[in-house]
Ligand binder design. Structure first.
Ligand code: IMP
Ligand code: MG
Length: 175
């Protein structure tokens, strides 16, 4: 097992809470009284979900889905939720959107299979400049351009660091 290195602070707990409050206000205004189906992609969004749902002043439901990258690099979605999403307004939560490949794939499947009324995406970290495929993040907590691997606040590097309370950055060689 690789060593545990204390990640350098990228965004403090206070900075995160401030952005979550901003996004909560924006979401509350944008959905304009409608009920939201909040869907988090496991496991990186559990902390984000816990904070965001307390910052949104609207009726909402919470579900999670699991996405796995198979050995042959295919993406597999296990549809955890039993909720019916037809005609629902979905807010999909993702930890990091980098090349956009993962999110583009998941969003495409959700549109086709669930046929929601609308689908918006919220990401904790948006690396806009790294996109290889089309993927619009409607609510980005933080846009990041710098190198390194982001961990903490639910985000992992090989399952470590999820419990770090702030968003930290690791040198890529140490992940
Ligand atoms: P994409 O498909 O290139 O957009 O990569 C997104 C996925 O890669 C995310 O769901 C994360 O699980 C993972 N990922 C990419 N960069 C980071 C990072 O800096 N920290 C943690 N996970 C990351
Ligand atoms: Mg991960």
């Amino acid at each position: 097992m690789s060593e545990w290195v204390k990640p350098a602070v990228l965004f403090s707990e206070a900075a995160i809470q401030e952005r979550i409050r901003d996004i909560g206000r924006q979401v509350t205004a944008d959905f304009d009284g409608r009920e939201i189906a909040i869907v988090g992609i496991l496991k990186g969004t559990v902390v984000f979900m816990a904070d965001l749902i307390r910052a949104v002043e609207l009726p909402l439901t919470c579900d999670f889905l699991k996405v796995e990258i198979t050995k042959d690099q295919r993406i597999d979605i296990s549809f955890g939720p039993e909720t019916d999403f037809r005609e629902r307004d979905i807010l999909l939560l993702q930890d990091v959107v980098d090349t956009g490949v993962t999110m583009n794939f998941i969003a495409g499947h959700i549109q086709e299979d669930w046929k929601p009324r609308s689908l918006r995406i919220a990401a904790l970290i948006d690396r806009e400049e790294q996109r290889k495929v089309d993927c619009t993040v409607d609510y980005a907590c933080f846009k990041v351009n710098q190198d390194g691997f982001v961990v903490g606040y639910g985000l992992d590097s090989k399952e470590k660091y999820r419990g770090v309370p702030y968003l930290g950055i690791l040198d890529k060689r140490k992940t």
